[in-house]
Design a protein around this ligand. Structure first.
Ligand code: AMP
Length: 243
């Protein structure tokens, strides 16, 4: 499917509080456009699991629901964006999370990323908005399969057998920072540090609000509509570099 579309989509930034569905929407875009999802939360969890120096430093901060330092996260993202699979575009999920990270991203795109890209397209910035009570249910109900990574929700998308993955029978797990007390801290952190990111992009007229209370497929179609409209406008539907 992705190879049929092989279009240059440029950077896409998904903003929104924990539980808004950034990861789910990012995966849909990966399937549709064949560009990578760059989830800073996943990259950090992977570092924690492998006990890298970054992982060791990030672990305590993440357990408290606070943010890892801008410098560490930006270095990690720079390393990932330099990989060639990002050349046609990428979907950022969970980054930028502070105004400083947003400023860093703009500078990185300008000074480095666009050298390898076929067009300079500023990020499409989508903010997923959701009612607070829905967020709480989405976060506290979230369960994932440690084997295949599939995400469930005990309220909205439960597995067929309680606490067991439908696909491979593994017992499902709850992310440690999805527990209620940490979740509240994460939502506070979002309010304090990540809302300014939307303000940063908003000042440049670059944020599109999407109601994330709608069914997943409707949200996905709205985001894809924006990407396709821009590609049509820019004539980047079939990038010569990649055909
Ligand atoms: P997430 O999976 O996106 O909810 O991220 C899980 C945790 O990783 C967050 O609560 C933060 O501690 C850390 N984290 C993820 N992305 C960032 C970021 N862009 N800046 C700082 N910390 C981050």
């Amino acid at each position: 499917m992705a190879s049929e579309i092989a279009q240059y989509i440029g950077p896409v930034v998904l903003l929104g509080p924990p539980g808004a569905g950034k990861g789910t929407q990012a995966k849909r875009l990966v399937e549709r456009y064949g560009v990578p999802q760059i989830s800073t939360g996943d990259l950090l969890r992977d570092n924690v699991k492998r006990e890298t120096p970054l992982g060791v430093e990030a672990k305590c901060v993440m357990t408290r629901g606070e943010l890892v330092s801008d410098q560490l996260v930006c270095e990690m993202v720079a390393g990932r964006l330099r990989e060639t699979d990002c050349d046609r575009g990428f979907v950022l999920d969970g980054f930028p999370r502070t105004a400083a990270q947003a400023g860093w991203l703009d500078a990185f795109l300008e000074n480095e990323f666009f050298d390898n890209a076929c067009q300079k397209l500023p990020p499409i910035v989508v903010r997923l908005d959701l009612d607070y009570n829905q967020l709480v249910l989405r976060i506290t109900g979230r369960r994932s399969c440690p084997t295949c990574g599939r995400i469930y929700n005990v309220h909205f998308q439960p597995p067929c057998t309680d606490a067991i993955c439908d696909l491979d029978g593994s017992p499902l797990v709850t992310r440690s920072d999805d527990r209620e007390e940490v979740m509240k801290e994460r939502l506070n952190t979002y309010d304090a540090q990540t809302r300014p990111v939307a303000d940063y992009y908003g000042r440049q007229g670059r944020v599109v609000l999407v109601n994330a209370d709608q069914p997943m497929g409707v949200v996905a179609a709205q985001i894809a509509g924006m990407i396709d409209a821009r590609s049509l406008l820019q004539g980047t539907q079939a990038s010569p570099r990649h055909f």
